[in-house]
Design a binder for this molecule. Structure first.
Ligand code: ADP
Ligand code: MG
Length: 352
């Protein structure tokens, strides 16, 4: 009898311990393998929720470095720097993927009549707006300087020639791929992750997000949409996505404040000044992060009304506008996927 009790007790203990361990293991399974680095002038994080393999993460970050090495305007020997140095002089033969991104960049420049403007470089350099925020001593460029820079901005003078040759037709012109390169990098990382068997991951390249696969079977990723007036990480709403990119452009990330007025880093190529309309932020949700990135910049400049003409011509694009007066307009396709998280905002469904 006593022997039998002992056996039962031992069996129960084993059962309890294994249930406990099983529980622990499950929790551990949910924790992603994560890596963060500073590249392309921003903080980037990749989180793997399956196939948690350090080597895959290293491969991904190496790839971002490679893309930066080709497309940066500050790295001396990048293809983009070479094109800029030879502006008005001679066409430069570039790498396949740089050419491919430039073709896409020019397409969006044409589609948005220069709201997305890949030759915005002279104005970006003139304004020189970084992540400095308040209390930063910063001068507003003079009208003359803005005029001068504006004269050097024109995507129609960006020539994409045969044999991967690229030419900026006038001296002083400068490419700046800051509004598309991170999107391209996110697409590339998604491709690499999938190739390596990853089906559940979050790629966050400084607000340029790719939600790879799903969180778990039948479980959507929940992507926070930043409240432009709140602290970082405080959300206006939550967007549910699967296998999609979510790219945000806003006036709150990089700006300087001069005499109580904010000057942010997205420049209207028509005026030469930071874009100024009713929008505080826009998020684009689509399969291609390259496209979402260029579009987020373009539609942010255009504002809600003028964006309509562009959106009519596109498919598979969902979006969230947040206005300065706390209205949120979402595209009809995401009515059931966007959840408001902050009562200060009024939620409305947009026409497109
Ligand atoms: P972020 O890079 O902060 O995520 P965006 O994708 O909107 O935001 O890109 C802004 C960057 O793109 C700027 O820092 C600048 O390098 C460049 N840029 C600024 N204005 C324009 C524009 N009108 N068209 C294309 N690129 C722009
Ligand atoms: Mg962009």
């Amino acid at each position: 009898m006593r022997y039998k009790n002992k056996v039962i007790l031992i069996l129960i203990s084993i059962l309890l311990v294994s249930v406990f361990l099983g529980g622990c293991k499950k929790e551990e399974d949910k924790e992603p393998l994560s890596k963060t680095d500073f590249m392309m002038d921003t903080v980037m994080t990749i989180k793997l929720y399956d196939e948690k393999n350090e080597e895959i993460l290293d491969k991904a970050f190496q790839r971002i470095k490679e893309i930066e090495g080709k497309m940066s305007t500050t790295i001396e020997d990048s293809d983009v720097s070479k094109i800029n140095k030879n502006a008005g002089k001679t066409p430069v033969k570039v790498d396949d993927e740089v050419y491919k991104v430039l073709v896409r960049a020019k397409y969006f420049a044409e589609l948005t009549d220069g709201a997305y403007e890949p030759t915005i470089g002279p104005l970006v350099d003139l304004w020189d707006i970084r992540n400095e925020g308040k209390n930063n001593k910063h001068d507003i460029p003079s009208k003359e300087d803005i005029e001068k820079a504006l004269n050097k901005v024109d995507y129609k003078k960006l020539e994409l020639l045969e044999d991967n040759k690229v030419f900026l037709k006038e001296e002083g012109m400068r490419l700046d791929l800051g509004g598309i390169a991170k999107g391209y990098a996110a697409d590339e990382i998604k491709r690499i992750l999938k190739e390596n068997g990853v089906n559940s991951a979050i790629v966050d390249l400084g607000g340029n997000i790719y939600a790879v696969g799903s969180k778990a079977q039948d479980e959507y990723w929940k992507i926070g949409i930043q409240n432009p007036k709140g602290q970082r990480g405080s959300y206006a709403g939550i967007m549910e996505v699967k296998d999609s990119s979510v790219v945000t452009s806003g006036d709150y990330e990089r700006y300087v404040e001069v005499d109580g007025k904010k000057y942010h880093h997205i420049i209207d190529s028509k005026t030469g000044y930071p874009s100024d309309n009713e929008l505080s932020a826009i998020s684009i949700i689509a399969k291609s992060s390259t496209d979402s990135d260029a579009l987020s910049t373009a539609l942010f400049v255009l504002g809600r009304e003028k964006s309509e003409e562009v959106l009519k011509k596109l498919e598979g694009i969902e979006l969230i506008y947040i206005t300065k007066s706390d209205n949120i307009y979402i595209s009809p396709g995401i009515k059931d996927k966007f959840n408001l998280k902050n009562d200060n905002f009024d939620l409305k469904v947009n026409k497109y």
